[in-house]
Every structure is written in C-alpha cells, then in structure tokens.
Write a protein that binds this ligand. Structure first.
Ligand code: ZN
Ligand code: ZN
Length: 173
C-alpha cells in the first residue's frame, strides 16, 4: 500500500489522512499459514521536519487453523502502527539513530509496517474455541462434532503425575 508524499514534503506541518484496502496478506508463522483478508487501513501522515511521521490503524479478518482440531476459523483482528520515514536522498545518519525507515521517491510503502503490526495480533497457538475438544489421539475423530468408541485412554500409573502436570499447563493457556 503506497502513500503519495510529494505534497507533504513541501512544508513542515503538512499532513494528510489516508485510507486503503488490501484484499489478502499471507503470513507464515511457525510453519502455519495465516491468511489476512478484508484488510482495511486508515491513518495520518505528517511532515514533522526532515521526516514523515505516519500513524495508522488496521482491521482485518484472520483466517487460521485451530491447533487442536485443525479446523479453519476466522477471528477479527485490529492493530496500530507508527513510524518515522526518512527520504533516502536526505538521510543523515545521525537521524537514523532515532528509529526510522527509509523511503525512495515520492511514495512510502506501508506494507512491511502493516504486516509487522498484524503479526503481533495473531495468537501463538490458534484455538477455535476456549473449550475446543480437539482430535481423538487414537483415531483422529474431531471430538467437537463427533464421538468415537476409543473411550478414555488407559494411563500407566507411573504417567499419572505427568498427566496432572499437563492438565495444569492446559488450564493456564
Ligand atoms: Zn478447535
Ligand atoms: Zn477415537
């Protein structure tokens, strides 16, 4: 997504609002693919003297797969971003000690900053519902929608402590 900044650059204090849409962004995160759709961006770009300061907000639908039952599901996500952009030909390396990015020509490409802000909103472990029952470890049946005859698993008593420990971890997720 590109923002035209030729007129902003002319004078310190110039500012403009911007909006944009991105149909689809694919993000690979820890081996799982997250697809963001209906990405809507809005924000403000302002010439603050020597650099363009951009602040914005993104809303999107995150299309994920449940890490327990593997079924696809969609959640709304929202994030915000802000950064300073320096024109490539006017870069003063002292300025870069402040955090900032470089842009070329008369346009600033916001794609990277938008993707970075969206990644922060994605769950590390995507779960379709808090009480998702997952898949039967024996037959692979989806226990949210079906039943199987595997029954409760028999557990070696020596493993009971481990089982309790696992339960404890699960309740803290
Ligand atoms: Zn699930
Ligand atoms: Zn089963």
């Amino acid at each position: 997504m590109l923002i035209e900044v030729a007129d902003l650059r002319r004078q310190t204090g110039n500012e403009k609002e911007f909006t944009g849409k991105i149909a689809r962004i694919e993000i690979e995160l820890q081996g799982a693919l997250a697809v963001l759709s209906e990405v809507a961006v809005k924000g403000l770009a302002k010439n603050v003297g020597g650099k363009i300061y951009i602040k914005g907000n993104v809303v999107a639908d995150a299309n994920l797969n449940c890490s327990r039952c593997l079924e696809p599901f969609v959640i709304p996500v929202e994030s915000s971003f802000e950064d300073a952009y320096f024109a490539q030909r006017t870069v003063d390396y002292r300025d870069l000690e402040e955090t900032g990015r470089i842009y070329k020509g008369d346009q600033i490409d916001l794609e990277d900053v938008i993707i970075e802000s969206l990644i922060l909103t994605l769950p590390m472990k995507a779960i379709c519902h808090q009480d998702c029952k997952g898949l039967c470890p024996s037959c692979g049946c989806n226990l949210n929608t079906g039943h199987c005859s595997c029954g409760p698993q028999t557990i070696d008593p020596r493993l009971t402590i481990l089982e309790e420990y696992n339960k404890h971890i699960k309740t803290r997720e």
